[in-house]
Design a binder for this molecule. Structure first.
Ligand code: AMP
Ligand code: MG
Length: 408
């Protein structure tokens, strides 16, 4: 039997890194920056007010209270603001440009209305130069590298890129992943179910997992357990894919359509020492690109049982997809930690077991959730982590540490 690490290395080695492309900002979230990002402007780009209040010359408001003439009104977004006339103040809103000559802002809460109305204001609290003024470049200086190549583009990084005026970013483009399910028993959700049929659930599940990793899934319509049908669906759908993921048809029975169709086409089928997910396959398949030269596309064949499919994705595909999209090793894996078991747990000797788990944050423990069966999708959906029990371990006692992969 092949080890989990051996199969993981094979899968990772098949998938080529995606090229760096310019993508619009709204498509860059979750991806990895392909080049350093340098600021071309200062942030803030001009000195502006941190408060709603009055822009003043600090020297004229060095003691308080003092009554001042209000010479202008500066809302946010006003252009061409004239300098502040000496002996006056300007009513100013948060984010509005500080007029030349002003060097402090007195918040509106530290002022009082005067009988003269809005033409005059009483400043109740003295101020000093710079107070409540956001100076130009105090956040980011033009010319600085603000995000380095390899940075993960989360919400704050996207916000910063936009604030600096970038409509696009250079990113490792999403991996295009085709998902193709097999099984003559499958029907699409939304149709009436006959005895002997089940709803196709692996493709939607895998597509969701692929999207969550930042890659772009395409779901080919699933096919029956028929080699010719599989081959033609595969040939039609694989064009343009960077990776093909199949579900089902790889175990030891008859009608193993994926195995039958891809054996001898550079896909290796093997038993991997894990539970669930023992039957696996991976390789690179030549596809005919109608006219253009044939190319080979990596294919990873997952077992059909829903829990096996999901666990196999987590163990082999998710890290490989993230790596191909430029994520560093530290981000290719789920958050992993050791937590004490709330209850004893037995495991199969000689296989790495991936059990579904439930965390107890208050107790700081974890317990297995549901049985071993790889059809137990209801339990998988209720779990929040995977428990990883090594090959050589068969029994764990309550309180023993177990490796936990956070799924949330
Ligand atoms: P297989 O790997 O094709 O032998 O399938 C193993 C088990 O998983 C069988 O019980 C199948 O009915 C089930 N199964 C296979 N493919 C799917 C799928 N796409 N959605 C839901 N269940 C599936
Ligand atoms: Mg099947």
């Amino acid at each position: 039997m092949r080890s989990v690490a051996e199969h993981a290395a094979l899968v990772a080695g098949l998938i080529r890194g995606t090229p760096v492309e310019r993508l619009p900002l709204d498509q860059a979230a979750g991806l990895v920056l392909g080049t350093d990002l340098r600021a071309t402007i200062d942030l803030p780009p001009f000195p502006n007010s941190a408060m709603d209040g009055y822009a003043v010359r600090a020297v004229e408001v060095a003691s308080a209270p003092v009554e001042m003439v209000v010479s202008q009104d500066i809302p946010a977004g006003r252009l061409g603001v004239p300098p502040l006339a000496p002996g006056t103040v300007a009513r100013i809103m948060t984010g509005a440009p500080i007029p030349d000559g002003a060097d402090a802002v007195v918040p509106v809460e530290q002022t009082s209305v005067t009988p003269a109305g809005t033409d005059r204001v009483r400043i109740d609290v003295a101020t000093v130069v710079g107070r409540h003024v956001r100076s130009q470049g105090s956040d980011v200086m033009a010319g600085a590298v603000v995000l380095t190549r390899g940075a993960h583009l989360g919400a704050p990084q996207i916000g910063l890129a936009a604030a600096l005026g970038n409509a696009e970013l250079s990113v490792h483009r999403p991996l295009r992943v085709l998902v193709l399910s097999t099984g003559s028993e499958l029907i699409a959700p939304g149709n009436p179910l006959q005895r002997g049929q089940i709803y196709e659930s692996n493709a939607p599940m895998l597509a969701a997992a692929i999207s969550a990793a930042g890659a772009r899934p395409t779901v080919a319509h699933f096919v029956a357990d028929d080699v010719d049908e599989f081959r033609s669906a595969f040939a039609a759908a694989a064009i343009g894919a960077d990776l093909v993921v199949t579900s089902g048809g790889v175990s030891a029975g008859a009608y193993e359509v994926v195995k039958d169709a891809l054996t001898g086409r550079a896909v290796e089928f093997a038993k991997v020492a894990m539970q669930p997910g023992m039957p696996q396959g991976a390789g690179a398949v030549e596809i005919d690109c109608s006219g253009s030269p044939a190319r080979s596309v990596p294919v990873v064949t997952l077992p059909g049982n829903p829990v096996s499919s999901f666990v196999s994705f987590e163990v082999f595909l998710r890290p490989a997809i993230l790596a191909a999209m430029g994520h560093p090793p530290t981000r290719q894996h789920r958050r992993t930690r050791l937590l004490p078991l709330a209850e004893p747990l037995s495991s199969i000797h000689g296989k790495r077991e991936f059990r579904r788990g439930l965390l107890d944050p208050a107790a700081g423990t974890v317990a297995s959730f549901g049985g071993r069966g790889s059809h137990l999708l209801g339990w998988l959906a209720g779990a929040d982590c995977l428990l990883v029990v090594p090959e050589e371990v068969a029994e764990l006692a309550a309180g023993d540490p177990v490796e936990v992969w956070d799924l949330t």
